[in-house]
Design a binder for this molecule. Structure first.
Ligand code: FAD
Length: 452
């Protein structure tokens, strides 16, 4: 009988694992259990689906279950939730959610790719209609339908992370008045103030009200949400709420099976994406990743990492020897006309880690000063004082930020020093960059500080 690979979860990590395993082994039986009604879609596109830039939910789906069966001989079971893993028996307990039936099925290799879920804080009234989290395609569809049917006028976004920012833009584009509340004194988690102040200016410019150091203590309504009471006693009239208050790894079924968790609460894996139990791999938002700058496992759940980890898990599940070395924490998002990006660690993180660092902030044009369409890019760099090694970069601007950050990400992977960074032969032509690119201006500036 052919060996059987079971994959739990069918989005970025799960379908990457299944597809890679199939490519390397045409004989193995591959089953994917997915509790929702969709596989292989880009959650990252959800804000653009809500804003109607992307019209139909199918547009976010890369391949459907039929494609996987016909083209890759992968059996995808939608609406099937894995309830338990029995490592000793090498089997899983699955619930067919549509037929309300449970069954147990054996595996030879198992990939856990259960992702993460949005945290819905325990606030009075949080279950009123009109209050949503945004994580799965079904969430996007529900929000879009709610907006169509109820034409909300005033939205509240709880949490000023990157998803909160993307959703603020989406809702403003639909003519909805948006307020964002953030319980921390700053937006965007560990991003530094010099970047955040520009993002806050962009929110203001687009009519978004931002309330920092503020939290919701109660939602009120009569079936549908009508208002939110804040910790300072202020009441807001709102008829749509998006909670973007963070996510949690779906690691419970793994933990219950005796699989080791990391300090972050996500599944601990090695470079081969193996868990502590032989034959069981984990990948994506349910698992940790090794941070190459910090030198320890972290929980930075992103689609890029999920795809790569899934590919490595799938390859090794069929006897390969692939490794995923780690991440440097690279991320980018768009809010209105701004591109905001980061890689490595911020100054806030360097301080928390007790690292002796030097930092600099510069502003420079994105194109030759005489060429139309350019604008200023603000760059912040962090370097280790003793070694001169680059530790992190943050950038914000209206033009040419998103892909420039990848130069710094590559430098971090290569453990480059600032001196090496200043030597880079970067491209130049007036429509794309000034002769001294903002990357080099920033590198030269921090080099002066390192030498002084
Ligand atoms: P998930 O996408 O969470 O998929 C896991 C799947 O497993 C789910 O479908 C779930 O139903 C299923 N599952 C869970 N438990 C079980 C079970 N017991 N049995 C069966 N099935 C189960 N990342 C970026 O890199 N760039 C971006 O711009 C970006 N933007 C984003 C915007 C939004 C609005 C959101 C929500 C996310 C964004 N991300 C972005 C993050 C990215 O979408 C995730 O990192 C990625 O989806 C993780 O893939 P995954 O397969 O690990 O997990």
């Amino acid at each position: 009988m052919a060996e059987r690979l079971i994959v739990i979860g069918g989005v970025a990590a799960g379908m990457s694992a299944a597809s890679r395993a199939r490519r390397l082994n045409p004989k193995i039986e591959i089953m994917v259990f997915e509790k929702s009604g969709f596989v292989s879609y880009g959650s990252c596109g959800l804000p653009y689906f809500v804003s109607d830039v992307i019209k139909a939910p199918e547009n976010l789906v890369v391949y459907d279950a039929k494609f996987f069966k016909e083209k890759r001989n992968i059996d995808v079971y939608l609406h099937h939730e894995v309830l338990k893993i029995f490592p000793a028996k090498r089997s899983v307990l699955v619930k067919d959610l549509e037929r309300d039936k449970e069954f147990e099925i054996g595996y030879d290799k198992l990939v856990i790719a259960t992702g993460a879920r949005a945290v819905k804080p325990n606030i009075k009234g949080v279950d009123l209609k009109g209050i949503f989290t945004i994580r799965f395609l079904e969430d996007g569809i529900a929000i879009k339908n709610f907006i169509k049917e109820n034409s909300p006028k005033r939205a509240l976004i709880v949490g000023a992370g990157y998803i909160g920012m993307e959703m603020a833009e989406a809702l403003v584009s639909l003519g909805i008045d948006v307020t964002v509340v953030e319980m921390m004194p700053n937006i965007l988690g560990s991003m530094d103030d010099e970047i955040n102040e520009i993002v806050e200016g962009e929110l203001q410019r687009n009519g978004v009200k931002l309330l920092k150091s503020t939290s919701v203590v109660e939602f009120v309504g009569d079936g549908f949400v009508k208002g939110a009471i804040l910790n300072n006693g202020v009441s807001l009239d709102v008829d749509l709420v998006i909670v973007g208050a963070g996510i949690k790894p779906n690691s419970e079924i793994a933990r219950d099976a005796g699989i080791e968790m990391g300090r972050t609460g996500a599944i601990a894996v090695n470079q081969r994406m193996e868990t502590n139990i032989l034959g069981i791999f984990a990948a994506g938002d349910c698992a940790e990743a090794f941070h190459l700058v910090l030198g320890r496992p972290v929980y930075v759940p992103l689609g890029t990492t999920a795809n790569k980890q899934g590919k490595v898990a799938g390859e090794n599940a069929v006897g390969g020897n692939a490794v995923f070395k780690g991440i440097v924490g690279t991320a980018v998002f768009k809010v209105f006309d701004l591109e905001v990006a980061r890689t490595g660690i911020s100054e806030k993180q360097a301080r928390e880690e007790g690292i002796d660092y030097v930092s600099t902030v510069i502003e420079h044009g994105s194109r030759a000063h005489y060429y139309p369409g350019g604008s200023k890019i603000r760059v912040k760099l962090i370097a280790e004082r003793k070694t001169g090694r680059l530790l992190g970069a943050e950038m914000v601007g209206r033009d040419g930020v998103a892909k420039r950050i990848d130069v710094f990400a590559t430098a971090l992977h290569a453990r480059m020093s600032i001196d090496e960074l200043t030597q880079l032969d970067l491209s130049y032509a007036p429509p794309f960059a000034p002769v001294w690119d903002p990357i080099l201006i920033a590198a030269n500036d921090i080099e002066k500080k390192l030498k002084s």
